[in-house]
Design a protein around this ligand. Structure first.
Ligand code: NAP
Length: 267
């Protein structure tokens, strides 16, 4: 059975993970997985419904009916794609609107596409799509980009990427599939694909009431991953922190594992 490696697999090119310059995200995720297996990590597939306090620690209740008894939990559920919440977005989801350029980009070969956002994801997506599509519009609501200057430089060198700044999307239009986007100033951009890359929302629904969350829903934990909840540790994008990158997620994982082991040794 195949076990996914998370959102790293969606990045066409990762430039900022030490020692692996320019590696494909899917390949990097596979390397992580294979390395973990070689060290004896056992993977199980299933969706967690709930965490319950038990006599020995925690009971992890899964949607397939299985329950796992454990003394500690390291929660690393990451974050999911934020939606634009404009007219047409839900109507055309999967009919031209996508949240993953590397997954769906091939459907728009030699076509015109729009990428929305100003972070590293939107910028990576624009670059990736520029090698497939006839034209890519990178539409951002401000004039300054949040993503890396190096990537922006590469984008500016691409003849088929047009940067549209200070532009907010009013709606996504189409008939049975997408035909384009309309900006708040009334400008219409014709495109068959719309890639929404406007950030992430932490996946903390299942730990509400179990873990302390900040105002945006991220888990509050110290740098060692320890939360205020006994036996519960967090790692990665789900944790409240300043920088969300693969390198910081990996560091979180190491910290949380050591922290959990130390906690166990004191029990
Ligand atoms: P992000 O950095 O939070 O950027 C989200 C972008 O979407 C921002 O430019 C934001 O605009 C814009 N936005 C948010 N809500 C919007 C709305 N309602 N309408 C229009 N625009 C909206 O998210 P991300 O790009 O997904 O990146 C997440 C993290 O992963 C970051 O730390 C990033 O560096 C990292 N990452 C790294 C790589 C890499 O290293 N290769 C690749 C992908 C992601 P404002 O700028 O105006 O707020």
């Amino acid at each position: 059975m195949y076990y996914g490696t998370g959102q790293v697999a969606e990045s066409s090119q990762v430039d900022n993970y030490l020692g692996f310059a320019g590696i494909n995200g899917y390949k990097l995720g596979e390397k992580f997985r294979e390395h973990a297996i070689s060290l004896g990590v056992e993977f199980k597939s299933g969706e967690v419904n709930e965490f319950e306090v038990s006599e020995n620690g925690w009971k992890v209740l899964c949607s397939n009916g299985e329950s796992i008894e454990t003394k500690t939990v390291i929660y690393a559920a990451g974050a999911k794609h934020r939606h634009l919440e404009v007219e047409g977005e839900d109507t055309f989801a999967g009919k031209g609107v996508s949240y993953c350029a590397t997954c769906d980009g091939a459907f728009f070969k030699d076509k015109e596409t729009v990428v929305i956002g100003g972070g590293n994801t939107a910028m990576d997506d624009a670059l990736y799509l520029s090698d497939l599509c006839s034209k890519v519009y990178l539409v951002h609501r401000r004039s300054e980009f949040r993503g890396s200057a190096k990537t922006l430089e590469r984008i500016r060198e691409k003849e088929n990427i047009e940067i549209v700044t200070d532009a907010k999307i009013a709606r996504i239009e189409g008939d049975t599939t997408v035909s384009g986007v309309v900006l708040e100033d009334g400008t219409k951009i014709n495109a068959e694909g719309v890639f929404v890359a406007v950030g992430m929302i932490p996946q903390t629904e299942k730990v509400k009431g179990v873990l302390e969350l900040d105002e945006s829903g991220y888990v509050i934990a110290d740098e060692t991953g320890k939360t205020k909840t006994e036996g519960f540790f967090v790692a990665g994008d789900v944790r409240k922190k300043a920088l969300r990158q693969i390198v910081t997620a990996v560091s979180d994982g190491a910290n949380a594992a050591v922290s959990a082991a130390e906690w166990l040794s004191h029990q």
